[in-house]
Design a protein around this ligand. Structure first.
Ligand code: SAM
Length: 321
């Protein structure tokens, strides 16, 4: 997911890069100590204050005009600027521990490096990116984030759907953050709201591609958790892709289900759109509520950053017996 424009974002979010340092190493720096603590994002009205996020570990919010990119911590890769909602997928995936993770659509690498912060020193995040130009950016970002621990991330310039799942037997978790309409990114969201109608043909094409790429992720033999995300506000690319996957007979036969709210950022209040689950829930209101509750949404600006959607497919871990 692309990051929000600095001038427009209501909050500038950064996370402490725990691959390179611990919280104390950053918290003890003078610029950090000089910021006054506030207890909600509504209090971030001017530079000079800092909010410690209640949903994502090691994540902080400051005013967009706060000069954090000139701090040594930023230049050294000790802190990484990343929108709060963009931190949801790796956090949701790593609700259960994983040592081998795939990030299927990786560049510029926000979720790749965030995933890498959850695996232990001998773990690996395999990052796939189809676009060679974007791979260059991905490499730079991963090198900066990992420093001497470069082996934590292995980058491949390839179409993820051309990978052979059985070559990645040890992989138990995947994040899939494919190209989308980007309608949750401020400028674009507002432009679209001005239009009378949305481009349903384009959204149908995107949804087809998103379905295909997540379905491929669900084929990995050892996988028990797959997080799908977009920075779109449209149900076509969000709940409807999830519903299509839940309705797919092959996906069902492989034992995949939608993970429920208690394991998917449970305290985050904004959840999926219930009505979208009507068909798959056979009109059962409680089931619709349960499935929608498994999805997470963020509304652009109102929720402190970009518009976003995430959902997690899960199944029993493979038996080792
Ligand atoms: N996850 C990234 C992050 O958080 O920094 C943002 C990913 S961006 C929304 C989608 C990326 O997926 C683009 O860089 C695009 O080139 C790449 N992509 C699209 N289709 C792909 C495919 N089939 N295989 C690998 N990468 C793909």
């Amino acid at each position: 997911t692309e990051e929000a424009d600095g001038d427009e974002t209501p909050v500038r979010w950064f996370r402490i890069n725990t691959i390179r340092c611990d919280n104390a190493a950053v918290a003890s720096q003078p610029w950090f100590g000089a910021l006054q603590r506030v207890s909600s994002i509504d209090e971030i009205c001017q530079p000079g204050v800092i909010y410690h996020d209640e949903y994502i570990p090691h994540l902080y919010g400051v005013h967009p005009r706060e000069k954090i990119t000139s701090t040594q911590a930023y230049l050294d890769g000790q802190i990484i600027i990343q929108d709060r909602a963009s931190c949801f997928p790796a956090h949701i995936l790593n609700y259960t521990p994983h040592q081998h993770i795939i990030d299927a659509c990786a560049a510029p690498g926000n979720k790749t490096t965030h995933n890498a912060s959850y695996v232990a020193a001998n773990g690996v995040v395999y990052a796939f990116e189809r676009d060679p130009k974007r791979v260059k950016v991905l490499k730079l970002m991963c090198d900066k984030a990992t420093g001497p621990q470069r082996k934590l991330i292995q980058i491949t310039n390839a179409d993820f759907t051309s990978t052979n799942p059985s070559d990645f037997d040890l992989v138990t978790g995947l994040t899939v953050d494919p190209s989308c309409s980007g309608s949750g990114i401020f400028g674009r969201a507002l432009e679209e709201q001005d239009k009378e109608e949305i481009d349903t043909e384009r959204l149908a094409k995107l949804a087809g591609f998103q379905f295909k790429i997540v379905k491929h992720a669900l084929l990995f033999p050892g996988a028990n958790r797959v997080v799908y995300s977009t920075c779109s506000i449209h149900p076509h690319e969000n709940e409807r892709v999830v519903v299509d996957l839940l309705s797919d007979l092959q996906v069902q036969a492989q034992g995949w289900k939608l993970d429920l709210r208690n394991r998917v950022l449970p305290k985050w209040p904004r959840r999926g759109w219930k009505e979208e689950f009507s068909a798959v829930a056979g009109g059962d209101e409680a089931k619709m509520e349960e499935l929608a509750g498994g999805c997470v949404r963020a509304v652009p600006k109102e929720d402190g950053g970009i518009g976003f959607f995430a959902a997690c497919f899960t199944r029993e871990p493979r038996s080792t017996a």
